[in-house]
Design a protein around this ligand. Structure first.
Ligand SMILES: [Zn+2]
Length: 60
């Protein structure tokens, strides 16, 4: 999936965002846009909370 410009314009992640805000943002981002991979630290945290499936990629 390519960059979803409209989504990005509507969903700005502030530099001062908390971890909770980052997790929400990345969850929404992964569903709406494929411009970049979820950072490893975010993926691990979402997996730990059971919010995303554990993928083979995350086990590397
Ligand atoms: Zn994106």
């Amino acid at each position: 999936m390519a960059l979803n410009r409209e989504w990005h314009l509507l969903h700005r992640l502030p530099r001062t965002a908390t971890l909770e805000e980052r997790l929400d943002w990345h969850l929404a981002h992964a569903a709406a846009c494929g411009c970049r991979e979820m950072p490893e630290s975010i993926r691990k945290e979402l997996e730990a909370r059971g919010l995303i499936e554990v993928t083979p990629r995350s086990l590397r």
